[in-house]
Design a protein around this ligand. Structure first.
Ligand code: HEM
Length: 130
């Protein structure tokens, strides 16, 4: 192959590799952003379910769902403001622990009341991050 063609071939290879890398990076970033959104939506309905529960088992089921969502959201990278994001998830996680402890004592009203602090945490960090 003549020298000039070899160079062109190499350049074309480089460009296509760069395009592929860019595609992979932007693709996975938006997939993660989409995952955060869908977790948040599920957290909203789990919160509503927990606060509207009539029985402790019902409450505990919604709380367990909320716990799974928060554990997953915790692990997602939040590049815009990682420190505040992680702090918010840590506080929210502690709020859920407290509500779960109260649920264990059998006091549904106290457990619901405690879960209201998670709403305050939500407000605070949504304000900070959005
Ligand atoms: C129980 C507590 C929470 C609930 C119910 C909740 C719910 C929601 C909802 C419904 C959205 C809108 C999703 C959409 O665009 O459709 C949202 C967005 C968001 N929330 Fe939360 N949230 C909670 C706590 C938190 C905490 C503690 C943080 C931060 C550590 C946080 C960070 C965010 C961020 C960054 C967005 C924007 C996501 C995006 O548009 O890409 N949330 N949340």
């Amino acid at each position: 192959m003549p020298m000039i063609l070899k160079e062109q071939h190499r350049l074309a290879h480089c460009v296509s590799t760069a395009i592929l890398a860019l595609w992979l990076i932007t693709g996975s970033t938006s997939a993660r952003a989409g995952e955060l959104k869908s977790l948040m939506k599920d957290m909203k309905s789990a919160m509503g379910g927990a606060l509207g529960s009539q029985t402790l088992p019902e409450f505990s089921n919604f709380l367990a769902r909320l716990r799974l969502d928060v554990d997953r959201a915790y692990k997602l990278p939040y590049k815009a403001d990682p420190a505040d994001y992680q702090e918010g998830m840590r506080v929210l996680s502690l709020d859920l622990d407290k509500a779960a402890q109260l649920a264990k004592t059998g006091d549904l009203a106290a457990a619901k009341q405690s879960l209201q602090t998670a709403n305050l945490t939500k407000k605070h960090y949504h304000h900070l991050l959005n």
